[in-house]
Design a protein around this ligand. Structure first.
Ligand SMILES: [Zn+2]
Length: 224
């Protein structure tokens, strides 16, 4: 069963399994995020009918670039990462060092993480990725990126916020878990910035999409 859904013009969601637990997206032929090390075969199958020309990741966490190397090698495409997260994708020890002092991220990394991967291009604020523009939204990781298309107010925000509870799957917007977040205060500032864009479609790394800009604004306000 295919698990890829067209959300907007040239924007596809790869819903993963369990559904929405770990999402990837394709925007204008660019794969955004690549799940855990177990996700590669499924993602490759789901994107097989699309013409994929590059792969970008929102941030250097094991459930977002776990299959990046496999997919880039198999499709012969370049890997693009935010300039401040690139070192953590290329050297896993740097990723470990940047986690909060808590056992969970190390355990999750061992369970889910894939191999380190060479980065071909560093992304910066204002760069174009297809029809989207790159936003630097640090906090969850130091080099976290979001992708924004103003023409139809579509936002991909990685783990700056999640669309459901990561363990129970319960509905509702949430901040990412503190024990997985490098700097929660900075991440709140990034949530506030993104809410200020008034997105009509919000696409999360975890959880179903949100098509309700009021709800996202209320969520951001509730954090203050
Ligand atoms: Zn994350």
């Amino acid at each position: 069963m295919t698990m890829i859904v067209e959300l907007a013009e040239d924007v596809y969601q790869i819903c993963g399994y369990p559904r929405y637990a770990i999402n990837s997206y394709v925007i204008d032929g660019i794969l955004i995020d690549a799940g855990t090390r177990f996700s590669g075969r499924r993602i490759l199958r789901d994107i097989a009918r699309l013409d994929i020309r590059a792969h970008a990741v929102t941030h250097a966490h094991p459930d977002h670039f776990g299959s990046s190397r496999r997919i880039c090698e198999e499709l012969q495409i370049p890997l693009w990462v935010g300039h401040a997260d690139a070192a953590a994708v290329e050297t896993l020890g740097i990723m470990y060092d940047r986690f909060p002092d808590h056992p969970a991220p190390r355990i999750l990394s061992r369970l889910q993480g894939g191999p380190p991967t060479a980065v071909d291009r560093h992304l910066h604020e204002g760069d174009r990725v297809g029809s989207f523009v790159v936003l630097e939204v640090p906090g969850h990781t130091v080099g976290h990126l979001a992708f924004w298309r103003e023409s139809d107010r579509t936002l991909l925000l990685g783990d700056v916020a999640t669309g459901h509870h990561p363990f129970t799957g319960g509905r509702g917007l949430r901040e990412p878990m503190d024990f997985l977040t490098a700097d929660s205060r900075r991440n709140r500032e990034s949530i506030t910035r993104l809410a200020g864009l008034e997105p009509d479609l919000v696409c999360f790394g975890h959880g179903p999409v949100l098509r309700d800009s009021d709800k996202f604004a209320e969520f951001a306000t509730s954090l203050r």
